[in-house]
Design a protein around this ligand. Sequence first.
Ligand code: BEZ
Length: 204
Amino acid sequence: MRLYTNPASPFGRKVKVLAHETGLFEHLELLDEVLTPVAPSDAVSAANPLGKIPCLVTKDGMALYDSRVICEYLDGLHGGRPMFPAEGGARWRALTLQALGDGIMDAGVATRYETFLRPEALRWPDWVQAQKLKIGRALDRLEGEAANRGDEPDIGLLTIGCALGYLDFRYAADTWRNGRPQLAAWFERLDARPSMQATRPRQV
Ligand code: BEZ
């Protein structure tokens, strides 16, 4: 299976982490694409008309996107403990945590584009501040719930891990751990997993 991704993308990392956790990583051929919303990749756009990564092309040629769809697809391919709980409260909790983590990543990536890609004269500080406030509220919610959180990963916890990893990668100066000791301690344990260590984000 071909995975179009980028070593800096937190959404691409989420797919790679899940593939490691489920023993599927060796079945992925990683195609690292350099792209932005204003400089798309022809190869990615041919597979995903939205021009976005990650995009998985399966063995039978089906193109899957976004990270939520790819992760659920991969989770159906292995015989181990499911990363998407099948039903009940565990399922809805995991999917909602996934949505929260995706939202943090969305806000972080949008801020990156606003502060790095957008021409300086067109930048809008209030908009950046609103994204950062959104991230802060999400982190406060996670801190409040951190004491009850187990260490057995599922799609929700892996997504939160990738979101926090992206904040460390792009926004280390914002020191998200300040005032959030429980979340910081939980992340330290998750981040030590081989799946997280093997997928550290990097600039290309
Ligand atoms: C980044 O450089 O932060 C980035 C690259 C690709 C996708 C998302 C984020």
